[in-house]
Ligand binder design. Sequence first.
Ligand SMILES: [Zn+2]
Length: 317
Amino acid sequence: MLKITGMLLSTFLLLPITSFASPEDNYPESLLYSQPKKVAKNVWTSIGATQYYSYENGGHNNNLSFVIGTDSILVVNGGSSYLLAKALHDEIKKISALPVKYVVDENGQSHAILGNGYWKEQGAKIIAHVDALEEVSEQGLEGLENLQTILKERAEGTELIAVDETFTDQLTLDLGGLKVELIHFGPAHSVGDISVFVPANNVLIAGDMAFQQRLLPIFPDTDTAEWLETWNNAFAPFAEDKIIIPGHGDVTDFKTVDQWTRGYLAYIRAKVAELLENDGSLEDAYLIDQSPYAHLETFDQLAAKNAGRVFEAMEFE
Ligand SMILES: [Zn+2]
């Protein structure tokens, strides 16, 4: 018996270390959840985990992308932490020696902004939508403390820093002949959501406007009616024929993010409207059948909460 145990133990120790990596990490040798992949000639992305922040995923639960121009590089999202930003930079350096000139935050959420300090040290200019500053000043510190609790020593060096430049509707940047357009399509998932378009490659880095593979979260300040309006009137006509890097989930096309983002918003709003017509209560909203979306990541954590928030909002619409 002892002998068998000993054999099992030595077998265990001889297995390559990577086979013990958490299933929550596709790229164990880096803090990044996955190795950056090439989406188009100038565009790369490192797809984040479609789960919540965890120590194992290093806080990398959204997509971190970069655009390589002729004289400089633009990064989309500062990332959740100083070390995560550095991990992305380490990967960028393997691909290009050009400097990172701009870091664009998709909104004011922790996973967009908390790594900005690293990029600032590298000499990058940090850009966000003017409304994102509101979220940073209201929730930035709380987000930082939350991340520090979850990431422990992996949050080392992370601090909240000021954004260098803001814009309102649109801003065009030049990476040495390669144009990149920052676009605010309108109110969507969270305050100051923006998308980044690379015309030369037909790639739209949609940011939190668009989700797939995980259920989208409806926050207390998310206006789902406005999000749908922005989607139908501004985002869809623009995005229809583009390669889409969503805020969360793998690189895809418009049809897919339309199904899992607009489709879900329309579905949950129709269900809640039906409930309100029948004098249903908040408790009933929590029980709404959302089974067509049950296979999506984060469904268990978010589905009932989302329904409750839509109910509370639609009561007053
Ligand atoms: Zn996000």
